[in-house]
Design a protein around this ligand. Structure first.
Ligand code: CUK
Ligand code: CUA
Length: 762
């Protein structure tokens, strides 16, 4: 009865317009400012970032989760976190790594036959069309284990993991070409390219190699095609960040390096450490690659197979004129191509300058065959002076550069200075500086990697937070700081702690460009996008046994799991296919079986399987793990694991002894609830609800639920005819359950209509 009262009360409140805010705060803005010690500047920052309830943010950010191996999605300017996307690391709440279909994705990331259940995500990249973010796919790399992942932005799920076939470590990825033909991944620490091949460190110069991999992306399939991908062998120079050319530099890519000294440390042998030997020279090398031509050479059969993968060797690359080097100042980190594609900006961690290279000058030197030397591997070196447009002194520890919507304006992070420098790369002068907290790594402007940066905001991804937040032990949260870049001077707006791994890079796209799906086509395997072989329609649920293999075809809909009992014998191999039959928005069900370490998140329309060996005799409840309706707790069942050869002694369940009076009371409840439903329906149909697609979907779903009462009604009436009050009452209760769900949806629709200005019709 309590629930009915709640439903009725809610209907009444909604009808009287009491659902909104009634109480008005007596505070004035001045009172709040005084009480909380806020300045005018604070209020301005608050007003620029506050997004009132019901309103949405303008940009969506995809941030690497660093050592937590996933992606964090948040929105700007409110900095509200929207989602985590499990990528290289299991993510239990998504069932990622706990259901068979997502485990199949994680298994693609196995190396040498072993599961690797963590990753170090660094650089996300959004797919591009003509150099602009198109919002279809997202890529991210794993620095710890050389891998790359593909995420589909229709459902924000990881679809593919590819393992780099020749690198033993990587860092400079993921970056996409202007039409996402290729996704680039550059090596980091040099090693022999052959897998499982040992060469001593004494043979570093001869046997160890770096490289760049160009992963071919098949947009139609939404997957990387490893067979059509290739790599370019590079000297053991510790390749680092990279970027693709665009506009005039289309067809080229740029990869910088550190430790071109090829120093090999060995503290234990009395040698100075890597840090000393790797920063001894004044310059390292920027690798300049004509990837379009490299791809043609590979297609023409000029590559060598290493570990079954096409590799264009240094010799061939030099001979065919696709690989060049340019000295760049000491231990550089970021390399970023300007939106117009004319310049390549390199920041040297140990140099106070950023160096702006001119693509036009580089090309002129290459065309004229004007090289200052060759490196030890015979690669022609363009003189720095012949390639530089300008150098600008910014400050200490410049790392990464991003671009404004206004021409020639760039922002560079300065790690040591803990500052962002705004500067003009055409004229070579500093415009503004802003302190950030603290030790900034990457920074990111809205759509800042595209040919059309959107300006407006910049996010500083700071390594240390120190005093910004309430301390939570020796390890502080990471600090993402939002900065307003719309004016001449930068303005710091907001500090957002991220309580996960160290986020390296992030990318932001206009929210309007994302077109995520509301539901899957019923029976879809979300990890393959194909129809799931375990898909099950309503009424076709079954348990199939073949030998010791038990296959369960189950469905989920508010608020029951069908079947509700799964009987097995000890030692059975159990696979449960789960299909969510819901059509309603956001109506996800979860599924777990106690102590069997499986979990699935089943969004509307999805089919997913869990699998385990019933290796322990006993009784194991299974249930829905998402609070999906008022009767969510009742969305349950039992897995029975019986001993071998067990025979039942008792065959009937305990009776409840319901009487005719109980049955009549339930019927009365049904009539009362129907009155509530009728009221709500009367309201909805009195307004222009058809103009609201969200409401139309809710109404359809409500009638779907109501439609199910017919069958249950026939059953309770038939049972009543036979004076089986037990069955009559229980089936009547089921009718009421469907009504409650109908009323719940109806009320949600009604509230939505009231809050979104529905108008009376006629
Ligand atoms: S890296 Cu971390 S701050 Cu992986 Cu791009 Cu520079
Ligand atoms: Cu379905 Cu809770």
């Amino acid at each position: 009865m309590r629930l009915l009262k709640q439903v009725a009360a809610a209907a009444l409140a909604a009808g009287l317009g009491l659902a909104g805010n009634v109480a008005q705060s007596a505070d004035t803005l001045q009172d709040v400012m005084k009480a909380r010690g806020l300045s005018q500047q604070d209020l301005l920052a608050a007003a620029k970032t506050y997004v009132p309830t019901g309103k949405r943010d303008e940009f969506v950010v995809f941030s690497s989760g660093g050592q937590s191996g996933q992606i964090i999605v948040y929105s700007v300017p409110s900095m509200r976190i929207l989602k985590y996307i499990g990528v290289f690391t299991p993510e239990p709440w998504q069932g990622y790594g706990y259901d068979e279909d997502s485990r199949a994705v994680l298994r693609q990331g196995r190396i040498d036959g072993k599961d690797i259940t963590w990753g170090d995500t660094h650089h996300p990249a959004i797919s591009e069309t003509n150099g602009e973010y198109d919002g279809q796919f997202l890529f991210i790399n794993d620095k710890a284990n050389p891998r790359l992942a593909v995420i589909d932005l229709r459902d924000f799920e990881t679809k593919q993991i590819v393992v780099n076939p020749i690198f033993k470590s990587e860092h400079g990825g993921a970056f996409v070409s202007t039409n996402t033909e290729y996704v680039l991944e550059a090596a980091q620490y040099a090693a022999p390219l052959e897998n499982r091949k040992f060469y001593p460190l004494e043979e570093f110069n001869e046997r160890y190699r770096g490289g760049v991999t160009y992963w071919k992306f098949d947009r139609k399939a939404g997957r990387i095609d490893p067979k059509a991908s290739f790599s370019l062998e590079l000297p053991p120079y510790s390749q680092d960040l990279s970027d693709f050319g665009k506009g005039p530099s289309e067809g080229w890519s740029f990869t910088n390096s550190f430790c071109s000294e090829r120093y090999v440390g060995g503290i234990e042998k009395g040698r100075p450490p890597y840090e000393a030997g790797c920063s001894a020279k004044d310059t390292d090398y920027l690798h300049v690659v004509n990837w379009k031509k490299a791809a043609e050479l590979v297609a023409a059969g000029k590559a060598r197979k290493i570990n079954g993968h096409d590799v264009l060797t240094i010799d061939v690359a030099v001979k065919e004129g696709v690989l060049f080097l340019i000295p760049e100042p000491k231990s550089p980190h970021g390399v970023d191509v300007t939106p117009d594609g004319k310049f390549i900006i390199v920041a040297g961690k140990l140099d106070t300058h950023v160096s702006v290279y001119s693509f036009e000058k580089i090309q002129a030197a290459i065309k004229a065959g004007k090289f200052e030397s060759k490196d030890p591997y015979g690669i022609p070196v363009v003189a720095m002076a012949d390639a530089l447009h300008t150098q600008v002194a910014l400050g200490l520890g410049p790392l990464h550069t991003q671009f404004d919507s206004k021409a020639c304006l760039a922002y560079t992070s300065m790690y040591v200075d803990s500052q962002v420098a705004k500067w003009n790369f055409c004229e070579g002068k500093v415009v503004d500086k802003l302190s950030v907290h603290y030790n900034i790594g990457h920074l990111m402007t809205m759509e800042g990697d595209s040919v059309k940066p959107a300006g407006k905001y910049l996010v500083a991804l700071n390594k240390l937070a120190i005093d910004r937040f309430v301390p939570v032990g020796p390890l502080h949260p990471q600090n993402h700081q939002l900065i307003d870049i719309s004016g001449d001077r930068m303005q710091l707006l907001y500090d957002m702690p991220l309580p996960l791994g160290e986020p390296h890079y992030a990318v932001a796209i206009a929210a309007s460009k994302l077109k995520p799906a509301v539901r899957y086509k019923v029976g879809t395997n979300s990890r393959t996008d194909a129809a799931h072989p375990g898909a099950t329609r309503a009424g076709e649920e079954k348990i199939v046994r073949k030998g010791n293999k038990v296959e369960v075809f189950a469905t989920l809909i508010r608020s029951h799991i069908t079947p509700e009992t799964i009987e097995t014998e000890i030692g059975d191999e159990v696979t449960i296919h789960l299909t969510n039959l819901e059509r309603a928005q956001d109506e996800t069900h979860g599924f777990t079986v106690s102590t069997y370490n499986v979990h699935a998140s089943v969004e509307p329309g999805k089919t997913v399987s869990v699998k385990f060996k019933a290796d322990k005799e006993g009784v194991y409840p299974y249930y829905c793990t998402e609070f999906c309706s008022a009767l969510h707790l009742e969305m349950q069942g039992y897995l029975l694991v019986k001993p071998k050869g067990w025979k039942p002694t008792k065959t009937a369940l305990a009776a409840q002894n319901y009487t005719e009076t109980d049955y009549k009371a339930t019927l009365k409840k049904i009539v009362d609830t129907q009155a509530v439903i009728d009221q709500v329906v009367a309201y909805i149909t009195s307004v222009n609800y058809k103009d609201f697609p969200e409401v139309v979907a809710m109404v359809e779903d409500a009638f779907d639920q109501l439609g199910k009462t017919k069958d249950a009604k026939a059953k309770h009436e038939a049972a009543a005819g036979k004076k089986d009050w037990e069955q009559a009452n229980l089936w009547a209760e089921q009718v009421w359950q469907y009504q409650v769900k109908t009323a719940d949806l109806g009320l949600r629709a009604k509230t939505f209509l009231e809050q979104n200005g529905a108008k009376k019709v006629k």
